[in-house]
Structures are given as C-alpha cells and as structure tokens.
Design a protein around this ligand. Structure first.
Ligand code: HGY
Ligand code: MN
Ligand code: MN
Length: 410
C-alpha cells in the first residue's frame, strides 16, 4: 500500500466523517448524538477491514485493537476524538484517528505485527460541546471520570446519564470509573493532531513535535441586574446586566494582554430575557483561560474574579462565578518526544518542538501513561472553523513519521 494511497484514504475518510453532523449546513457532531453514531459505525467498519477487533465502550468511545506478534505484550495507544465543536472543521480530532488507522492498515497490508499491540481510540467527547464537561471519553477510558457530571443537562434538558443510555452505553457510575487499562499494560499514548496554530506554516514545516500542553480553566459567569422597560427606566437607575458583562469582556481581554503568554476568551454570551425593549436582567457567559504555566493561569483567574467583584459593586449587579473545569499544564514524555523527533529527522525534515495552546485527550491519558503528540501543519493555523484544512502531502508525511515512531518503539 503506497503512502500516497494511505494519504488519500485519510483525506477521503475525513471528508466522509465531515458529512456526519447534527446541522444540515455545517459540521456539528456532539457527544452521544446520532451523527456520532454514524461516525462510529463508519470508523468501526474501517477498523475491521484493517484487521482490528472493534468495540464501543460504555460511554461511546470506539476502540480498535490490532494484536501484537506475541501474547502478553504491552499495548500502544493511538488516536484522537471524533466529536466536534459547533460549525467545526473536519480535521480537529478525526485526522488523528484516521492517521493512526492508516498506520495499522499498512501493517495489516504487510501482514506485519509488532512486539506490542496497538489500540486505536476514537474518543466520544473531547470538546465538551454538549455538556461543557470536557474529555468525557478519555476520562472514562482512564478511570478519571467524575460521576457528578452524569447529572449535567444539555440545552434540551437531557442529562448526560440519559444521553449515554440512549447512545447504547452504560451510565452506571461504578462502570464509568473503571479504567480500561492498568498502567503496567501500556507502552504509551501518541496522538496526531492538526496544530490549530500558525507556527508550522510560518516555519514552512509539515509536522512538529509537541513539547507540552497548556493548562486551562473554563468558567461560567453570570451577572444578575434588573430587567426593566427600555423606554421608562432612567439610565441612572438601571442595573443593566449586559453593560456589566460588556465591561467584564473587555476586562478579560485587558488581563490577557497584561500577562505574557496568557490567552483568555469569552466564547458564549446569553442575554435574558433577550427582548429589544427590555433592559437585560441576566447575562451568562463562558470564560476560557489558558497558559503554559499554571501559576500564571491561576493568577489570571484570581484577577478576573476580582475585576468581576469590582464591576458588580460599581453597577449594583450581583454575579455568580463558577469554575466548570480546570486542567494543569502537562509536558510530553521526553523519551517519546525524542523518538518522534528522531522519526522526523530520519525523514529529512528540520525538527521543531512546540507547545500546544489547545487541549487534547493526551492531557487525560497522561494520568495513566507517557504521552506524545505530533502536530500537522494546517492552513493559516485556522481551526474550530469550517475553513480548517491540511494538505494530503503533509498527511502522508505524518503517516510516515508515525510509522517510523512505531518501529523505533520496538
Ligand atoms: O478547547 C480546546 O483546546 C480543545 O479543542 N478542546
Ligand atoms: Mn478542538
Ligand atoms: Mn482536538
């Protein structure tokens, strides 16, 4: 099987998966949705054709296993996630699963087995679009899932437990807290992912090795003022929740600029009651804060909370500050970074090691085993956007680097 054929197959499969969506005119594939079911069915068939045994676990992760050359061998984990953000690109997640699958397919085509088993993982929820609780799939796989999340409800009021059950999974808290592997069974986890940033393109490099993944917090903020008649309440008597939120959003931006390396984003805002002739009484917004250094990220969260208090006092509005999730920054395993680096250099490409500002399932897997990530150049660094794109040439290079990585692990 030529690497060109493998590259083409990866691109075609990402196109096919890009067609499985909850929305007709854009790609939105949330956790435990019908479109996720379609994606799992397609990937399961491709895995079986590649000589893998396939199963879907209790939360909807898809796992394809390619046996080792001998019994009792350790297992190398590869993969990424199949869920998406809203109006997503088609490579964030699926590219990593398809490149991993392509490497197994090529081993199968050569009737080759390695001295370790390979499990290709297609995680059920990395983005947290439906429940704002991220890494559900990899947390269940690694036994780090918090069963409290089962009570979270989505925009339709469906609890996570109900969604898991409807998807054919088992929402039993005990079951969801039992790791799929014991640490001693594992060799490592390696994830291929688009860079989702501009660095590789700026350096004209097809791939790069990830050194570390930024820590992040996701916060839910609410300002509560007083709804009122837009025509009769004098400006001086208003407790306008949206004006407070607007001041807060600019404060988020200002604090992010003031701390080098910090990124902070308000991605969601909802205004209640949301009528044009009513003074907004309540505004709920999301805050995403990230940094490679946990101390700086924690300092930024403290500053943001302090600014919120100041705005609330000045505008006579109350506020609710709720940290939905927090992840420490993590470093990839040096020996695995070295093997990926060696694989890249053996192919004659200059080596670049770079940190990831985006979160990945590798963060969760690092609780259980050593992790490594390979970044693939994406045009303009654009991601979480339908314009996300990679070239087939770069995908072929990623396949070859991952293949060499497997051989170096032997
Ligand atoms: O938000 C992130 O970093 C990832 O795409 N979930
Ligand atoms: Mn993403
Ligand atoms: Mn991703």
């Amino acid at each position: 099987m030529t690497v060109n054929a493998s590259g083409r197959s990866v691109m075609e499969r990402c196109d096919i998966l890009g067609g499985y969506s909850e929305e007709p005119d854009c790609l939105t594939r949330p956790f435990a949705s019908q479109s996720m079911r379609q994606a799992n069915e397609a990937v399961a068939a491709w895995m079986q054709a590649a000589g893998m045994t396939v199963q879907q676990d209790k939360v909807g992760n898809l796992i394809g296993r390619y046996e080792a050359s001998q019994a009792g061998a350790k297992t190398l984990l590869l993969g990424s996630h199949l869920d998406s953000v809203r109006d997503a690109g088609k490579y964030d997640g699926p590219l990593g699963v398809m490149v991993a699958l392509a490497c197994v397919e090529r081993l199968h085509a050569r009737r080759e087995r390695l001295p370790f088993a390979i499990e290709v993982l297609a995680f059920a929820d990395e983005e947290g679009l439906r429940y704002h609780s991220d890494y559900i799939g990899s947390k269940v796989a690694t036994g780090t899932f918090d069963p409290e999340a089962l009570h979270l409800t989505d925009a339709e009021g469906i609890s996570m437990a109900e969604a898991i059950r409807a998807f054919g999974g088992d929402p039993d808290p005990e079951a969801l807290q039992t790791a799929r592997w014991h640490r001693d069974e594992l060799l490592a986890y390696c994830e291929v992912h688009i860079e989702q940033g501009p660095v590789l393109e700026a350096r004209n490099l097809p791939v790069g090795v990830v050194s570390a993944i930024a820590g992040q917090n996701r916060i839910s903020m609410r300002f509560v003022g007083e709804a009122g008649h837009a025509g009769t309440v004098p400006m001086s008597l208003r407790r306008d929740a949206l004006c407070a939120a607007a001041e807060f959003v600019l404060a988020v931006e200002a604090i992010a600029h003031s701390l080098p390396g910090l990124v902070a984003t308000v991605g969601q805002v909802s205004v209640q009651p949301g009528a044009s002739n009513v003074i907004p009484g309540q505004v709920t917004l999301s805050v995403d804060v990230r940094h490679q250094d946990d101390a700086v990220r924690e300092q930024a969260c403290r500053q943001l909370e302090e600014r919120t208090r100041e705005i609330g006092v000045a505008r006579h509005v109350s506020f609710n500050w709720q940290i939905l999730q927090g992840h420490r920054a993590m470093s990839c395993a040096p020996h695995l970074v070295g093997l990926l680096a060696q694989a890249i250099e053996e192919m004659g490409y200059p080596l670049l090691s770079l940190p990831s500002g985006a979160g990945h399932d590798a963060v969760t897997l690092s609780e259980l085993t050593d992790v490594a990530m390979l970044f693939v150049r994406c045009r303009g660094g654009v991601s979480h956007n339908p314009a996300e794109s990679v070239t087939m040439e770069d995908v072929e290079i990623a396949i070859q680097v991952l293949e060499r990585f497997l051989l170096l692990l032997r």
